[in-house]
Design a binder for this molecule. Structure first.
Ligand code: AMP
Ligand code: MG
Length: 397
């Protein structure tokens, strides 16, 4: 059985970033930049005033003599004013600093009758002036390939006059829930049935990754049906996210169905708890030869969730061109003793609060309620024992 590190390496090695497209800035929110981008418009674009006040020569403010107010420069078109010794120019925040002036005094620090200005405080040369390029120079790299397009970064691109940005395409994904016991939420339950909760949970996890247009389908535990459905999905999808049916039960049809389609899984079963039956396979789309990734997640809800975090998430992030694909880690202290007596690394579910990690309720792979209360995973290696108060590293969900 592969370790979770070997499994992840094997999966990620098969994935390459998807084709590049240009999207309008807002539509690119949550995607990853496909190129390094260089600034063409510096920030600030020109020397401008940080305050409402008066542009002048700093030396004049120190002399304390009255200054003649010779004009006004609001934000907007540059009036090409010039400030001579003994003069001041009314200026407003964001307005370009008139030539000749080397400082701005804020209006709270002067007395003025509209024509003559008296400085109550001296200003230093450069004071209250935002210098051209001080934040971002022309030619400076402002966005790296693989960086997430956040609202702040989209704003930065807009400040450059851009209207679109190169990103990677988003994958077409079908979440295929398998199991004869499953029925869709919203319909009455008969004895022996349960609601399909993995379908929605996995679509939610995909949406959190920025992949919102996903399709959810269901498949019975019948080999022929599974083969036919997979055959159809392979024609159109980039990724097939299966839940259930990957174990060794008589009704687990995923592996036999893949083999019947001539697809040999790249890996099956990983030394991890929960999630041991996890499967990964790949094939190519007949129409265009593009790769199709097939993830078989165990049906138990917590196993599905954890294997999504460990294996699916990094692979999809790489697919979408993300530079950073690993989970955010947070140093925490433990509220209680924790031990893993098993022979596989155990990813405990729990809650981080004020820097402390508390494992939540039932740590079994069907315990969806305990999972729903959790915001972090904590890995305990085989045989590992930790004590209350110990420092540990948690994975932030
Ligand atoms: P399986 O991996 O198909 O053997 O399923 C393992 C356990 O997970 C069984 O108890 C299933 O009823 C349950 N299960 C499988 N699929 C789902 C699903 N989509 N939603 C909720 N529970 C599921
Ligand atoms: Mg099943």
């Amino acid at each position: 059985m592969l370790t979770e590190v070997e499994a992840l390496e094997r999966i990620v090695a098969t994935v390459s970033p998807s084709p590049v497209i240009h999207l309008p800035l807002l539509a690119a929110l949550g995607r990853y930049s496909a190129s390094d981008l260089t600034a063409s418009v510096p920030i600030p674009r020109f020397d401008n005033s940080m305050m409402d006040g008066y542009a002048l020569l700093a030396a004049d403010s120190r002399a304390g003599a009255p200054l003649q107010i010779v004009g006004e420069q609001p934000a907007g078109p540059d009036r090409q004013l010039h400030c001579r010794p003994g003069q001041a120019i009314r200026i407003l925040t964001g307005a370009s600093v008139p030539s000749g002036a080397d400082a701005v005094i804020m209006q709270e620090d002067v007395d003025s009758d509209g024509r003559t200005l008296y400085c109550r405080e001296p200003v230093m040369e450069g004071e209250n002036i935002r210098r051209l390029g001080a934040d971002l120079c022309r030619g400076q790299i402002m966005l790296r390939r693989g960086q997430l397009l956040t609202p702040g970064r989209l704003g930065l691109l807009a400040s450059q006059g851009s209207i679109d940005v190169a990103v990677h395409t988003s994958p077409c994904i079908t979440v295929l829930s398998t199991g004869d016991e499953l029925i869709p939420p919203g319909t009455p339950l008969a004895p022996g049935q349960i609601y399909n909760s993995n379908g929605l949970m996995l679509q939610g996890l995909l949406t959190q990754l920025g992949i919102s247009e996903t399709e959810a389908r269901h498949c019975s535990d019948d080999l022929n049906t599974t083969v036919q459905l997979l055959k159809v999905l392979i024609q159109t999808q980039d990724v097939i996210l299966l839940s259930g049916g990957v174990s060794v039960g008589d009704h687990d049809q995923i592996k036999p169905a893949l083999l019947q389609l001539g697809i040999q899984p790249d890996l099956w079963r990983v030394k991890v708890k929960p999630g041991k039956p996890f499967l990964f396979a790949q094939t190519t789309r007949p129409a265009d030869g593009r790769p199709v990734l097939i993830f078989g997640l165990p049906g138990n809800p917590v196993s599905s969730f954890v294997t999504f975090q460990l294996f699916v998430r990094p692979a999809l992030l790489r697919w979408m061109g993300a530079g950073e694909t690993s989970a955010t880690t947070i140093p925490v202290r433990l509220t209680a003793d924790l031990a893993n007596d098993g022979d596989r690394p155990h990813y405990l579910r729990g809650e981080i609060q004020n820097g402390f990690f508390r494992a939540h309720g039932m740590q079994q792979s069907h315990a969806l309620f305990a999972l729903s209360q959790s915001n972090a995973l904590l890995r305990l290696a085989e045989g590992e024992k930790r004590h209350a108060g110990d420092w540990a590293t948690a994975l932030w969900l």
